[in-house]
Ligand binder design. Structure first.
Ligand SMILES: [Ca+2]
Ligand SMILES: [Ca+2]
Ligand SMILES: [Ca+2]
Length: 257
């Protein structure tokens, strides 16, 4: 009777558990730079890219393909001490030419190191509904800088909403993008989670006036269902026990030395 109960538990677990697809490295040599403020240099190994310019114009480096249903992860580091304090980040649902497209519609995730002239320190998610260039000009007049005009802020991050990134610190990021939900994790902690109806488009990296930014170890996988709890390592310990209950106990025991 107890055996049967455990079997039921195991079956229920297997049915409810979500298998997270293994990530694969992204070849960034096929990505494209847009906007006059960027110098994106793909690094050896092709899964890392370095943005070297401190420019007054926003720039995007994107994968050029519809990316809903995918998750993108990697490490981001600003390699400076002191120096500048501006924007790093990502775009989702970006279409080719959107940086200068008055009819653009995509999601911007940006993270500013420090407060400056209307640009607020911290990590936020916004909807962009127009061109970020040639609206450029000086920082304080730019919609991307102030999150005004064509940039509508949707939410600020749970922990980093008012806290900038730090120089020479590597942050692990994880983006999930579907037609009705977007999630952003930093160092495996959920920072942004919004629901809505989102246009399809590319994944991209975003930069506005911040030099020396490295995006490294970029990986892609099938997006997990939003709200799904990844199977913890302990579940894999349960696996052999479950097989044992199904009659493989003796065989499994023979493998143990
Ligand atoms: Ca700095
Ligand atoms: Ca600055
Ligand atoms: Ca700057």
């Amino acid at each position: 009777m107890k055996k049967y109960t455990l079997l039921q538990i195991g079956a229920a677990f297997l049915l409810s558990g979500t298998v997270i697809a293994a990530p694969t490295p992204v070849d960034l040599t096929g990505w494209s730079a847009e906007g006059s403020g960027g110098n994106w240099i793909v690094q050896s190994g092709n899964d890392s890219v370095y943005q070297s310019l401190n420019s007054q114009y926003p720039t995007v480096f994107h994968n050029g393909k519809d990316s809903q249903g995918l998750a993108l992860s990697g490490e981001i580091t600003v390699k400076e001490s002191g120096g500048d304090n501006d924007f790093i980040g990502f775009v989702l649902g970006y279409d080719i030419g959107d940086i200068t497209n008055a009819a653009a519609d995509y999601i911007l995730i940006d993270w500013k190191q420090g407060d400056q002239s209307g640009g607020a320190e911290g990590l936020a998610i916004s909807r962009v509904t127009g061109a970020l260039q040639p609206n450029g000009g000086t920082h304080t007049q730019n919609d991307a800088w102030d999150h005004t005009g064509v940039v509508t802020e949707l939410a600020r991050a749970t922990n980093f909403g008012g806290t900038g990134w730090q120089d020479n610190i590597q942050y692990h990021f994880d983006l999930v993008f579907t037609s009705n939900a977007i999630q952003v994790k930093v160092n495996n902690i959920l920072e942004l989670s919004i629901a809505g109806t989102f246009e399809n488009g590319a994944f991209g990296f975003y930069n506005f006036s911040q030099a020396n930014v490295l995006y490294a170890g970029i990986e892609e996988r099938v997006a997990p269902p939003i709200g799904a709890v990844p199977i913890p390592a302990a579940a894999f310990l349960f696996g052999p026990a479950f097989l044992g209950l199904m009659g493989f106990r003796r065989k499994a025991a023979n493998l143990v030395v």
